[in-house]
Design a binder for this molecule. Structure first.
Ligand SMILES: Cc1cc2nc3c(=O)[nH]c(=O)nc-3n(C[C@H](O)[C@H](O)[C@H](O)COP(=O)(O)OP(=O)(O)OC[C@H]3O[C@@H](n4cnc5c(N)ncnc54)[C@H](O)[C@@H]3O)c2cc1C
Length: 415
């Protein structure tokens, strides 16, 4: 691209697309956001809302692989792989397996660390810019276990994270100590880890506030705009929707979450983006925790949302648009039941399924594609909320002619 673009279309109104839109506006760019459904219609709504750079790590790792194998054998396991995988899923699983080694994990972790270090800086920029939704300091962030033996898995992982150079402070607690900090834990909890320095948000509310801010600064957010074609015509990029809208922009950002491959493939992005579907719901609880509560052995993540508790979990490698499977909701509720005190797990509201955009190497795809006018921003897997704002900040720098920020080198969409 010869000069900095003046008008950019961002496709996808999730955390990543809207953060990119906001930071482009910060650099004087006019933005149009298009989403086929609406703001936060994808994974950015019902997720756990953890802003946890201290534990933001690549998904493929040796322990996950052991989990995956067990999952195939047990239907109530928190990881689900369909017995008959299609060709794309097989490609993903093969790549994922290849990357699930200790040395590949260490290399990928080195890509995450510089991002993790700056993740809050981007949230703070958004706060200073007047985003109406707050980030909350996690006064407590407890990972809780039935036994000390279960706890050793995360302790090992924290050791690896620390050895890789990621800062993370934590304490090891007994069950009773954990209940003192977090009375919502049941007597079934026998061991815990308390993490420090992390934050959380109400993700749906936050992403809507981000959309409001983007609109207030002059962007239009077009909903019901299903983009079916993106073409680089030389000087400009043409964007066509299924309803027949046909517009041209100086540049386009593809921020379509788990659907990224559909539009990005023709621009040389070959990495598979596979839906890793997760479920959530919220419940009333006698004592609302003062920060996230994590049950790693059950892979259940809880987050306080106002006067309720969101309970989230599952990793279901299925088609992104498949219907919600009630058995998964029940599996999460049943797993959480003996671990929480005073939670009404039978009166669930906001039952939700959403798809984490997972890549085989566990790294997001951020940056220029084979076209100098088309950029990818997605594939953050478990961490698109934590890293969405920084992704937008760095990508806006690159799009407006600042060159590729060093942090983005490992996330090159053409790798
Ligand atoms: C249960 C669960 C818990 C999670 N917990 C956390 C957490 O605690 N912390 C964290 O950091 N991350 C978490 N994640 C991951 C996080 O939710 C995702 O990484 C993140 O939301 C991805 O954001 P995105 O903007 O890339 O995609 P999305 O939010 O999925 O947005 C993509 C948008 O693109 C639109 N779109 C797609 N195709 C088209 C098209 N052709 N035309 C127009 N629009 C299109 C969709 O409608 C959608 O709105 C969790 C995920 C799940 C499922």
């Amino acid at each position: 691209m010869e000069s900095a673009p003046q008008h950019v279309a961002v496709i996808g109104a999730g955390m990543v697309g809207l953060a990119t839109a906001w930071f482009l506006q910060e650099r004087g760019v006019q933005v149009t956001v298009l989403d086929r459904t609406g703001v936060a219609a994808g994974a950015s709504w019902g997720n756990a809302g953890w802003l946890t750079p201290g534990i933001t790590t690549p998904l493929p790792e040796p322990a996950v692989l052991r989990y995956g194998l067990r999952a195939v054998l047990s239907p109530s396991s928190p990881v689900y792989v369909p017995p008959r995988a299609d060709a794309r899923l097989l490609r993903f699983l093969l790549g994922f397996t290849r990357h699930s080694t200790a040395s590949k994990w260490r290399t990928a972790m080195q890509a995450y660390i510089p991002m993790n270090r700056r993740a809050f800086e981007a949230f703070d920029a958004l706060a200073a810019g007047g985003i109406a939704s707050m980030t909350h300091e996690a006064k407590s962030f407890i990972a809780a276990y039935r036994t000390e033996a279960e706890r050793s898995v995360l302790l090992d992982e924290l050791g690896h994270i620390h050895a890789a150079g990621q800062e993370i402070e934590f304490d090891v607690l007994s069950g009773a100590e954990a209940r003192e900090v977090e009375p919502s834990l049941s007597d079934g909890i026998g061991a815990a880890i308390r993490l420090y320095g992390q934050r959380f948000i109400n993700p749906g509310e936050y992403v809507h506030a981000l959309a409001d801010a983007v609109r207030a600064r002059g962007a239009s957010i077009v909903t019901g705009a299903d983009v079916v074609d993106v073409r680089d015509e030389g000087a400009r990029v043409r964007v066509v929707t299924s309803a027949g809208a046909d517009d041209r922009y100086d540049a386009v950002v593809l921020a379509t979450g788990t659907w990224l491959g559909e539009l990005a493939r023709r621009f040389g992005v070959r990495t598979v983006v596979q839906a890793g579907r997760g479920y959530s719901f919220s419940v009333a609880i006698e004592h609302v925790p003062s920060g996230p509560v994590y049950f790693p052995a059950q892979r259940v993540a809880c987050t306080p949302l106002g006067d309720r508790l969101r309970v989230a979990g599952m990793m279901e490698f299925r088609r992104a648009d498949a219907p919600l499977d009630r058995r998964r909701i029940m599996a999460i509720a049943d797993a959480a039941r003996p671990l929480l005190r005073g939670a009404d797990l039978d009166a669930r509201v906001d039952e939700w399924v959403g798809a984490r955009p997972c890549t085989p190497d566990g790294l997001p795809l951020i940056g220029r594609t084979a076209s100098p006018r088309v950029f990818a921003a997605g594939g953050h897997g478990m961490w698109g909320i934590t890293l969405g704002p920084l992704t937008g900040k760095l990508l806006a720098e690159q799009i407006t002619g600042g060159g590729q920020p060093e942090e983005l080198t490992p996330f090159d969409p053409l790798r």
